[in-house]
Design a protein around this ligand. Structure first.
Ligand SMILES: Nc1ncnc2c1ncn2[C@@H]1O[C@H](COP(=O)(O)OP(=O)(O)OP(=O)(O)O)[C@@H](O)[C@H]1O
Ligand SMILES: [Mg+2]
Length: 330
């Protein structure tokens, strides 16, 4: 299901939690929304999932307006949405199977069907045979798997993940993201991934919107935004991406003045040699490596250019002609 947000606003007293947010979230994809704490992410999710009404603006699912629905129509539409959270929100009084069965019981589904479907869902999330497990005996990753099975029980079109991996260690995070990716493809879901971790965006999302102070400050394909971030918030998020640093080898502790990013076709060519030969510029490489962004591989190089400003300008101009993304001031 395709989601469209048009000029959404939500105030809490004098606080503008969501300000004029317009977004297109395509169907059948994993879409990231990243922002610092208090940026308005959860508020936005509550508006889109019809748990709260916007003060202004509209929400459309497949071109049908949904933010003004009431009664039965609202309940029906909410069933098209599954949600998972950081703290799992499971019932500790029920076992794993009981949690997964819950939304189907609410919908008044047949008992025999529910039993069969719970087994299917347990298998789907890799918890085959663990239906009787009390929630307190499950690990964080297993709890999130139960929550995912519960969210998908009534076959929704949309899955919201609000900081779904924030309470998990990196390895468990990767396994949960892999599961969400697998289920997204299998069930043609539109997944909206709310996070404050760039790693999550990099590893799972196709597109991303950066939210700051209730506004969208940047939006686009994850690979484009990693290659060429515009807003300060985005640059800040990217600079804290620990795994990227890990994949980059540093020769020198001094920061290079320029960061070059090579993507796609450019990556096989001897660009640095060509530019050096043709302009006479010299390159001092401080660090280099490969980043995996989504399904794309991107070469990264941190370097200084010399011997003087004229060579710097010529070299940067030529690098850009080669399609290299150059960050740093000429
Ligand atoms: N029900 C509410 N009443 C009053 N203020 C609220 C309410 N819900 C959210 N806010 C405020 O709105 C702003 C945005 O909050 P929100 O929970 O959407 O941020 P967030 O991006 O999800 O943050 P976090 O990463 O910490 O979850 C915050 O300043 C918060 O204090
Ligand atoms: Mg939140």
């Amino acid at each position: 299901m395709h989601i469209r947000l048009s000029n959404l606003k939500r105030d809490y007293g004098s606080l503008h939690a969501v300000q004029d947010v317009s977004l297109d979230i395509p169907s059948n994809t994993i879409y990231g929304i990243i922002g610092r704490s208090g940026a308005g992410k959860s508020t936005l999710v509550r508006l889109v999932s019809m748990l709260e009404r916007p003060d202004a603006g509209q929400v459309y699912f497949d071109d049908e307006r949904v933010d003004n629905l009431e009664g039965r129509a609202l309940i029906e539409k909410r069933r098209r949405i599954g949600m998972i959270f950081q703290n799992f929100n499971l019932f500790s009084s029920r076992d794993a199977a009981g949690n997964i069965a819950y939304p189907m019981e609410i919908c008044g589904m047949d008992k025999a069907y529910i039993r069969k479907r719970v087994d299917e869902l347990l298998a789907l999330v890799g918890l085959e045979g663990r239906g009787n497990a009390p929630i307190s005996t499950l690990s964080g990753g297993q709890k999130q798997r139960v929550a995912i099975a519960r969210a998908l029980a009534c076959q929704p079109d949309i899955l919201f993940c609000d900081e779904a991996t924030s309470a998990l260690d990196p390895q468990t995070t990767r396994s949960i993201l892999a599961l969400i990716k697998e289920l997204q493809a299998k069930m043609n879901l539109t997944v909206v991934m709310i996070t404050h971790q760039m790693e999550v965006v990099r590893d799972a999302c196709e597109r991303v919107a950066v939210l700051d102070g209730g506004r969208i400050v940047e939006e686009g394909l994850v690979s484009d935004i990693f290659a060429n971030p515009h807003s300060e918030v985005t640059k800040d998020f990217l600079s804290h991406l620990t795994n990227v640093r890990d994949s980059i080898v540093r020769w020198s502790q001094e920061d290079g003045r320029f960061t070059l990013r090579f993507r796609g076709d450019t990556t096989d060519e001897p660009i640095i040699s060509n530019v050096s030969n043709e302009t006479g510029a010299v390159f001092n490489i401080r660090a280099a490596g490969v980043q995996h962004v989504g399904d794309e591989e991107m070469g990264v190089m941190v370097l200084d250019i010399g011997p003087d400003e004229r060579h710097v300008r010529e070299a940067v101009e030529m690098l850009k002609k080669y399609g290299v993304l150059v960050e740093g001031d000429v």
